[in-house]
Design a protein around this ligand. Structure first.
Ligand code: CP
Length: 304
């Protein structure tokens, strides 16, 4: 398959190959000359129908480090605003000899839909509350880097699980690699049948933290809610926010992750986000190498 639409469609071996390839690119981007000529014959369009800082810049940098030609499209300043459809938009871009599309879209399944209607390799850079595969890959890569592996590790994903593509993709990726996974958050922000994915639910943050090796702290996705799913931000923080006092009171060291953007003082305090336990900026740094690996591996299939 010439797409990366979700972790759901990957096998354990695919993740292993992506990580092995990312190891190589991580070494490359730490050299004085951070580029390789591998994809001089590939053109990539980055299509963002939803805001992004990390994912958009990370993909662009990954593409440039691979020497691909890159064009960037932001829906907010495009003819989408004049009523042009997604398929028309993408087919017009593809007619300019584009080989690969990286797309972030607010609607779940947008990447899957597009892959059935256009002739290009599609990478899902986040589709609504569905999946964010490269985020989950860089998260697992970062756990492996810090703890030596993912298999057997206990990972708790804390927060707004219901609206989180990061949570779903992480659950698929972590389970595939043999991690134990719990989710923790207000009952109203945990999908009803989440246990069918092989994860356990814990509504007490302290118990979840005492259990885990890694805590992935998520932002509450207010932009995906028509009503508030919990009484107030202050009450959310009191029950599910991670602060230094709580972290220090655990009888062990745990790894703290966050996909960003952080709402400091809501789901995590600054002293935790900036602590030695946190690998938040390592996640961002690893994102470039992991995305280089994904793009490189997909591009090699296009070239076949
Ligand atoms: N982690 C993540 O997807 O961040 P952005 O929304 O800034 O891309």
């Amino acid at each position: 398959v010439n797409h990366l639409l979700g972790i759901k469609y990957l096998k354990k071996e695919d993740i292993k190959l992506i990580f092995k390839t990312a190891d190589h690119f991580k070494e490359v981007i730490n050299r004085p000359i951070k580029k390789v000529p591998s994809l001089r014959d590939i053109t990539i369009a980055n299509l963002f129908f939803e805001n992004s800082t990390r994912t958009r810049l990370s993909f662009e940098l990954a593409e440039k480090r691979l020497s691909a030609d890159v064009i960037n499209f932001s829906a907010a300043s495009s003819s989408v605003k004049k009523g042009e459809t997604l398929i028309d938009t993408v087919n017009n871009i593809l007619s300019m000899k584009v080989d690969m599309v990286v797309m972030r879209h607010p609607n779940p399944g947008a990447g899957i839909f597009l892959s059935k209607h256009v002739k290009a390799s599609i990478i899902n850079a986040g589709d609504g509350a569905h999946e964010h595969p490269t985020q989950a890959l860089l998260d697992s890569y970062s756990i492996k880097e810090r703890l030596g592996g993912v298999k057997g590790k206990k990972v708790v994903i804390v927060g707004d699980i219901l609206h989180s593509r990061v949570a779903l993709s992480n659950i698929f990726a972590l389970k595939l690699q043999g991690a134990e996974v719990k989710v923790c958050g207000p009952k109203t922000l945990i999908p009803k049948h989440i246990e069918s994915l092989g994860v356990k639910v814990e509504t007490d943050l302290r118990k979840a933290l005492e259990w885990c090796d890694v805590a992935n702290m998520l932002r509450v996705q207010n932009e995906r809610m028509e009503i508030s799913y919990f009484p107030s931000t202050r009450e959310y923080t009191q029950q599910f926010g991670l602060n230094k006092k709580m972290l220090d009171s655990l009888n062990k060291e745990i790894v703290i992750m966050h996909p960003g953007p952080i709402n400091r003082g809501v789901e995590i305090t600054s002293d935790v986000a900036d602590s030695e336990n946190a690998i938040i900026l390592d996640q961002v740094q690893n994102g470039v190498a992991v995305r280089m690996a994904v793009i490189y591996l997909l591009a090699s299939k296009i070239k076949q």
